[in-house]
Design a protein around this ligand. Structure first.
Ligand code: GDP
Length: 267
């Protein structure tokens, strides 16, 4: 059973704070718990099994430039203070996805969403047909982006608030892993397939969507829902999608610099 109270307490406490937060989502096994542990402790430790959403407070390394202080010199004393932010982890298991979606609908100083993918898991292609891990990752991402699009379309006439998404291609230390640009293309073409199936009404519109109750607005991603999907189509609803690679673990140690930079530029 799921400790729902924990979830409520966590987001209640996040709302009472002005600390910017990032939501960490993605399929099970993609490395979310490992990343959270790395960010929290500054080094890798044993990962916990994530069964409930949890929030940890982490500090941005002083060397990372943030959007709010891009021109400060290294000697500026305010630069010596770690920029703190909350990173909320959510379970990757499909049936628990509504946890993540809940907190997207009710953001509390939410600065962005990190969608983590195991880039090694999605790379094993069998004779040109896409594999199950890629399909599942793409479906999860599709549902998340569709939710963000709906969220944007129900907002005030001033236009949707920005909500950037980082697709973190993890496990690039493994030689079988898809490099970030290839992962991007693979996800886009998988989402293209998914979208064309859905616009034809052959698939339902995914978990959690019915809860939103915003009438029968367009149920597909992007303008028209036809042709090839690419992430720039999300710009229309102020959701900029970035795909960047890295690894939390690996023989040569972690490489999460691009992700830190993305977080820093969105703080
Ligand atoms: P979660 O289910 O998304 O929280 O994923 P975990 O953090 O539990 O990681 C799943 C597995 O992938 C664990 O065995 C980790 O040790 C492993 N893992 C996570 N990140 C990396 C990485 O960058 N490289 C490699 N080689 N393994 C990783």
């Amino acid at each position: 059973s799921i400790p729902l109270f924990l979830h409520l307490v966590i987001y209640r406490s996040a709302s009472s704070s002005t600390i910017p937060s990032f939501l960490l989502v993605g399929p099970s096994g993609s490395g979310k718990t490992s990343l959270l542990t790395l960010f929290e402790r500054g080094r890798h430790a044993e990962t916990r099994i994530s069964q409930a959403p949890l929030t940890v407070e982490v500090s941005l390394p002083v060397t990372t430039t943030t959007a709010s202080s891009p021109y400060r010199s290294a000697n500026d004393p305010s630069n010596q203070i770690h920029k703190k932010f909350l990173l909320a982890d959510t379970p990757g298991h499909g049936k628990l996805r509504h946890y993540a979606f809940d907190s997207v609908i009710k953001p509390q100083n939410l600065k962005g969403i990190i969608f983590m993918v195991d880039a090694a898991d999605v790379s094993t292609s069998s004779g040109g047909t896409s594999n199950e891990a890629l399909r599942q990752a793409a479906e999860y991402l599709h549902d998340l982006l569709l939710l963000l699009q709906k969220r944007a379309n129900t907002k005030s006439p001033r236009g949707p608030t920005e909500l950037p998404v980082l697709v973190a291609a993890n496990k690039l230390d493994l030689f079988t892993a898809l490099p970030a640009p290839l992962l991007k293309t693979a996800l886009e073409s998988e989402i293209t397939n998914m979208r064309s199936l859905r616009t034809k009404g052959l698939l339902d519109s995914g978990i959690g969507m019915n809860d939103l109750d915003i009438g029968d607005e367009k149920e597909w991603l992007g303008e028209g829902g036809e042709g090839k999907f690419d992430f720039t189509q999300m710009d229309e609803v102020n959701v900029s999608v970035t795909v960047a690679g890295g690894n939390v673990l690996g023989a040569d140690g972690p490489d999460v610099k691009q992700w830190w930079d993305w977080i820093g530029s969105n703080l």
